[in-house]
Design a protein around this ligand. Structure first.
Ligand code: BGC
Length: 731
């Protein structure tokens, strides 16, 4: 009987995609999704339903072999397809066909402020995942950048929920066009890596609805993301992977999410909570059966045998199991059994082009004194490149997002392509990836590398410094946060030393977070590159030479000092927590909302970035002096490129509430657009403003409210650079 069913299932599978289907509805790719789900469900035993709710290897969860229902192949994410590991361990599987394209970090994507770049990113990475036979891409991440030391900021999209949501949605939609599902991370409040498995986040209801949830909500409701990953940390003293209020009430009931919640690896800790708290696919657990790997022990998972027993004993209703199984089946039919799943491709020319282009648009020009950039190669006879990141692989390390690339073009190779011959001095050393910075590198080693670089800098006409953060532990790396806001490995001393002996120092930095720049007044220029992936050197060279005019802007506020950030105002309670309790006492005042409202001057504000040309903004106008609760107004502003080269400008719309019954930030980002302008050309940026853009979360009413009265629309080139403002009234 078994064999007969199996062969029939395979026959039907083989003809997936053919027009008329005979046989079970669940195997008919043209049948409506819900009919397939219900049909499959009706044929499955209790055991088979439980079986699809948990891992069967490090990165797969089971299907139903008897019915020919395929398993799900998961992979990190979010910047490229991760290299294969063994079935049952973290050891490399040593494949020789899993080298891929590393795309720029998601922080870099956010810095493009370009929804089109996100779509290009999604298409390309989706094709790579499809080609590698993956069904779920573990990403993107829309965790809000609350704290600049967070070891995983580079995998997320900055401090503003509107920007993060807008930039995540096209990525998701375009990945999913390939029949690969995104698994949105990490839901939610995973704003630090210190104590990530145990810390409970205490945060106001208003802050979760205004700051920490909206980007996720947008990905669910507009991006229609197919799966979402619960985070390790706790909220209301319950782990987010099994948190009824978060997963059932908010995500599934309030937002209407119909896909599956996947646990972070090892994020489930309890059968009852996981069963009743909305978890659908349990991955990576360290249950007893799994601490010793030899017996496999996947049936020991919390959502395996222990759950099945409770179902069989009638202690947990069958509906709970059916709902979870239906969500997983929906995911399987959308991905591994999607007749339109793309074949995809790996390392195609188009993917490298996408990588390069996104990188070029995400690089942010932070300083450019006397227009030293773009570089005119012929002006400099002797060029010196200093800094480890010029040659170091920045795709290795960092934790689960680590990538094994076919090739990377290093910054040094990129710079050499501009000048031909250059000299190189390492300047500092950071140790291998995963090197634990608490074992300090000897000061003597650093001093001698520094002296050598400074000596070489004396004789150079131009110094290009390439440093910043890297993917070591305690830099930009999962499982730990940075130890300080300063750059490590004595880079501050090194850059200051270079600037003392050479007047033409251009600083190029990599990293997912801001850091102190005490030498900024002494260097001529600074470019921040996040992580640029495989084409790093080419993207960088094109911006340095002006082949590409920089157009990225910061998705985070870059403070002068660590303690300027609001999360550090409350001692250990604010970060990293006391007795595993962390308190977000700054509430909704995260990032620029705090700096702006409290008049704290940042080093570089949110939304800031320079260009090789100049943009002039005209006067903003509003289509009507007022709007009603079901109406809208349009805010328009002409922008002209008054410089000599073509460029792109990110025009930002912020809204401020002039008078309100509760405290509100001076202004908040509500829209943006990126205009491409030839010299002399003018285009008009037009934004629609609706009452929902005027709302705040009312804790007494437990809902969003827009209070009638006067509002101001600020048209800005950065959060602090208001070019024009116009008032209107909500009636
Ligand atoms: C990370 C996830 C990742 C998973 C699988 C976890 O430790 O937090 O982001 O997807 O491992 O590698």
């Amino acid at each position: 009987m078994k064999i007969k069913n199996l062969s029939m299932a395979f026959l039907c599978l083989a003809s997936l995609g053919a027009k008329a289907q005979q046989g079970p509805v669940y195997l008919d790719p043209n049948a409506p999704l819900e009919s397939r789900v219900q049909d499959a469900l009706s044929r499955m035993t209790t055991h088979e339903k439980v079986r699809i709710l948990h891992a069967q290897s490090k990165f797969t969860s089971a299907g139903v072999p008897r019915l020919g229902i395929r398993e799900l192949h998961h992979s990190d994410g979010p910047h490229g397809v991760r290299a294969e590991v063994d079935w049952n361990s973290w050891n490399s599987a040593n494949w020789n066909n899993d080298s891929i394209v590393a795309f720029p970090s998601l922080t870099c994507l956010a810095a493009t402020w370009n929804r089109e770049m996100s779509a290009i990113y999604g298409t390309a990475i989706g094709e790579e995942f499809a080609f590698r036979g993956k069904d779920l891409l573990l990403g993107p991440g829309t965790t809000i950048a609350r704290m600049p030391l967070n070891g995983r900021s580079f995998e997320y999209m900055g401090e503003d929920p509107y920007l993060a949501g807008e930039l995540a949605v096209p990525y998701i939609q375009n990945v999913q066009k390939s029949g690969v599902g995104c698994c949105l991370k990490h839901f939610f409040l995973n704003n630090q890596e210190v104590d990530r498995f145990t810390v409970n986040v205490n945060v106001s209801e208003r802050a979760i609805y205004e700051i920490y949830l909206p980007a996720f909500k947008k990905c669910v409701q507009e991006g229609h993301v197919w799966t979402i990953m619960g985070s390790y940390n706790l909220w209301k003293n319950v782990h987010c992977c099994q948190n009824d209020e978060l997963l059932n009430k908010i995500l599934k009931q309030q937002w209407g999410f119909d896909g599956a919640v996947v646990s972070d690896w090892g994020g489930v800790t309890d059968t009852w909570q996981a069963a009743l708290g909305g978890m659908d696919i349990e991955m990576g657990s360290y249950t007893n059966g799994k601490t010793v790997d030899q017996n496999l022990g996947w049936n020991k998972y919390f959502l395996a045998d222990p759950f099945e027993e409770l179902i069989n004993e009638g202690k947990i209703p069958m509906d709970v199991l059916n709902d979870k199984a239906a969500r997983v089946l929906r995911t399987i039919f959308r991905t591994s059994m999607n007749a339109n799943k793309a074949i995809g491709s790996q390392c195609s020319e188009a993917h490298y082009d996408a990588c390069q282009q996104i990188g070029e648009e995400g690089i942010v020009l932070l300083k450019n004194d006397k227009s030293i950039l773009p570089l005119e190669a012929s002006r400099y006879a002797k060029v010196l490149v200093v800094g480890e990141n010029a040659t170091r692989s920045l795709t290795e390390g960092g934790g689960s997002s680590e990538l094994k690339t076919k090739f990377d073009i290093s910054p040094l190779e990129g710079i050499k392509s501009i000048f031909g011959q250059v000299d190189y001095a390492r300047g500092y050393v950071s140790g291998r990836a995963l090197y634990d910075q608490t074992d300090k590198i000897s000061p003597d080693t650093l001093a001698s590398l520094r002296a050598e670089a400074i000596d070489a800098a004396r004789k150079a006409d131009l110094v290009i410094y390439v440093g910043g953060l890297n993917k070591n532990t305690h830099e930009d790396c999962e499982a730990n946060d940075r130890l300080s806001y300063d750059l490590s490995f004595e880079q501050n001393e090194l850059i200051a030393g270079l600037a003392k002996v050479n007047k033409n120092v251009v600083v190029v930095t990599f990293g997912g977070n801001p850091f102190a720049t005490p030498w900024i007044g002494d260097v001529k220029a600074m470019l921040h590159c996040w992580y640029l992936g495989s084409m790093a050197g080419t993207s960088l060279a094109n911006v340095l030479t002006g082949k590409v005019n920089p157009s990225g802007k910061l998705p985070v506020t870059w403070a002068v000092n660590q303690n300027d950030y609001p999360c550090f105002k409350y001692g250990q309670e604010g970060y990293p927590g006391v007795n595993k309790q962390v308190y977000y006492k700054e509430g909704i005042y995260v990032g620029y909302r705090y700096f702006d409202t409290n008049k704290v001057r940042p080093q570089f504000p949110f939304g800031y970035g320079l260009s090789y040309t100049t943009f002039k903004y005209g006067k903003a106008t509003v289509s009507s002096p007022s709007l009603t609760s079901d109406g809208s107004v349009t805010v328009s502003v002409p922008v002209t490129n008054v410089g000599k080269v073509e460029g792109k400008e990110i025009v930002q719309l912020y809204i401020g509430d002039e008078k309100c019954s509760v405290d509100r930030p001076v202004k908040e980002l509500k829209n943006f657009c990126k205009l491409s302008l030839k010299p002399g050309e003018t285009k008009t940026a037009t934004f629609t403003v609706r009452p929902s853009d005027l709302e705040f979360y009312d804790e007494a009413k437990h809902q969003f409210v827009a209070e009638p009265g006067m509002f101001k629309a600020y048209v800005c080139a950065s959060e602090t650079d208001v070019r024009s403002a116009v008032a209107f009234e909500l009636k």
